[in-house]
Design a protein around this ligand. Structure first.
Ligand code: ADP
Length: 262
């Protein structure tokens, strides 16, 4: 997109001339649109639970239940929706922080192994509730990569949480780490419904969810998790993708690559 401004003037001989200045405003327009889309999406994500909170509270006020326990369902719904809003706001702040951080981030060698182990330990009890097994195939060494501890932990947590969330009961989640010389590639594979090719890159966009109805709105799922992961991994100079299409892959498979220190 180009914007033009014209400045008419007379030269020394009195001839009328015009200076045309061309501005390339493509980037500005793009970020303006990005901001507008973000605000629209964010408002929608917050307004839905808010409408529900208002509706249930008004109902309680207009028709006070005879017994306190009769009002319990209403209050639980209000709380569930407030929790959802809380999670959506936390995700938005995490995204804003990762976008802001990118500009001033000081990358350092961090141990992929340490943060992977920590995440697996955190997620295992939750996975065990539905008999989901986690299997890690990784080299024994520290697997040093260029990054920053909080961000790396965030990415592992997000991918593993999603894998558990979408896994069937008794499913298996396989986490692999592979050293390919200059970088380390981490992959998380589950046996859930997977992601079709048409959605495989879109799932990294902000607020994108394959099926709005698969997860009930109280789970705090706003479609921001993978957008945050992509931002963090890019801040680290790496890349992240979905590639669950091999013959022996049943569900989703997310991988990311981070550079090793030189
Ligand atoms: P959300 O907060 O909705 O989980 P994400 O950005 O983490 O947002 O994921 C975006 C969408 O990608 C999800 O809503 C879901 O449709 C899909 N998705 C993510 N991980 C998986 C997975 N392991 N299996 C199947 N679908 C997934």
């Amino acid at each position: 997109t180009v914007e033009v401004s014209a400045v008419p003037f007379h030269d020394q001989k009195g001839v009328r001339k015009i200076i045309l200045v061309f501005y390339d405003i493509t980037e500005m327009k793009r970020s303006e649109k990005g901001l507008k889309d973000f605000v629209a999406n964010a408002s929608h994500q917050l307004r839905t639970p808010l409408t529900s909170i208002k509706g249930y509270s008004e109902t309680l006020l207009d028709n006070p239940p005879a017994k306190p326990e009769d009002g319990r369902f209403f209050l639980e719904t209000v709380l569930k929706n407030a929790d959802h809003m809380d999670k959506v706001i936390s995700s938005m702040l995490a995204l804003a922080k990762s976008e802001q951080m990118g500009k001033q981030l000081k990358l350092q060698p961090v141990s992929g192994n340490e943060y992977l182990e920590r995440t697996v330990a955190d997620v295992t009890p939750w996975a065990a509730e539905r008999d989901i097994r986690l299997e890690v195939n990784a080299p024994d060494d520290a697997m040093l990569v260029m990054g920053e501890p909080d961000g790396l932990l965030h990415v592992f947590h997000n991918l593993l949480n999603n894998a558990v969330k979408y896994s069937p009961e008794n499913g298996k989640i396989t986490v692999t780490a592979q050293d390919d010389g200059e970088s380390i590639v981490f992959c998380v594979e589950d046996q859930g419904p997977g992601i079709s090719r048409e959605h495989s890159t879109k799932v990294f966009e902000r607020f994108y969810r394959v099926d709005e109805n698969t997860i009930d709105s109280s789970s705090g799922s706003a479609g921001l998790g993978l957008a945050i992961c992509r931002r963090i991994v890019r801040n680290f100079g790496g890349e992240i993708w979905h590639d669950g299409y091999g013959e022996d892959i049943r569900g989703a498979r997310f991988c990311f690559r981070l550079n090793k220190p030189v």
